[in-house]
Design a binder for this molecule. Structure first.
Ligand code: URA
Length: 236
């Protein structure tokens, strides 16, 4: 949310009120700004203003950042007609202008970052920034040294003109791999494994640009990022 903004917008966002109700409540004299009843919704306000509705202070909560350990079966979208979304797992007020900084497929688990700070998430998702994301995957077939080298050097994905950028691959066991990539193409990890004749059976994200999934978070749990985690994005 950008400030200054219209009082109507502030109320509909912070009080999670439909615009039609906002107008009615303003007309009824239920809204005050800095101690004065206000009858016009188009005045400009900022978070520094003392705004009340029906006697209660309304405060803009500012920029917020959360990490979620995403379980399978949830989609990374603000709403979905068929499936629950990651936002169904976040019990916080005013999530209206939140978004996911780097989506995961419905069947992928692990680290998802959610924020209402568009500039911050741009640092993560912009292809130009080439931030590394680390995944652990289980494969259908045994992983060969040759496949690892190919994945690291770059593979051609079906339907793409350019090969994938250099990646880091570390064998965990014959059927498990830790793969770090600095791009975010559609189904990229699954397509990379397909490009070397294998298939991803399970996929889990453990790190985004240096932010590690907190191992104390059970599947479906979330927590706010620390100040240090928020600023790691600028370093990596
Ligand atoms: N690559 C994929 O194929 N799927 C994901 O969810 C993330 C990266």
């Amino acid at each position: 949310m950008k400030f200054p903004c219209r009082l109507e917008k502030f109320l509909s966002h912070v009080a999670e009120m439909p615009r039609s109700k906002v107008k009615i409540n303003i007309k009824k004299g239920l809204v005050t700004v800095n101690g004065n009843v206000v009858k016009k919704g188009d005045i400009q306000v900022t978070p520094a203003d003392h705004i009340t509705f029906d006697g209660n202070r309304l405060e803009y909560l500012g920029l917020r950042y959360y990490m979620l350990n995403k379980p399978q079966g949830y989609v990374c979208a603000n709403s979905d007609e068929l499936h629950p979304t990651v936002f169904d797992l976040i019990e916080e007020p005013n999530l209206k202008d939140f978004h996911v900084a780097g989506r995961l497929d419905i069947d992928t688990t692990g680290l998802v970052l959610l924020t209402n700070d568009g500039d911050w998430s741009h640092q993560i998702t912009s292809p130009k920034k080439q931030k590394f994301k680390t995944y652990v995957l289980e494969s259908r077939d045994e992983l060969t040294e040759e496949a690892l080298t190919q994945l690291e050097q770059g593979v051609e994905l079906h339907g793409e003109r350019q090969a994938t950028l250099p990646a880091k691959a570390e064998l965990i066991d014959k059927f498990a791999l830790r793969l770090s990539i600095c791009e975010g193409k559609y189904h990229q990890v699954k397509r990379m494994l397909a490009a070397v004749g294998n298939q991803v059976v399970e996929l889990h994200r453990e790190n985004i640009a240096g932010i590690e999934l907190d191992p104390t978070l059970a599947k479906g749990e979330y927590r706010p990022l620390t100040d240090e985690e928020i600023s790691i994005i600028n370093a990596n």
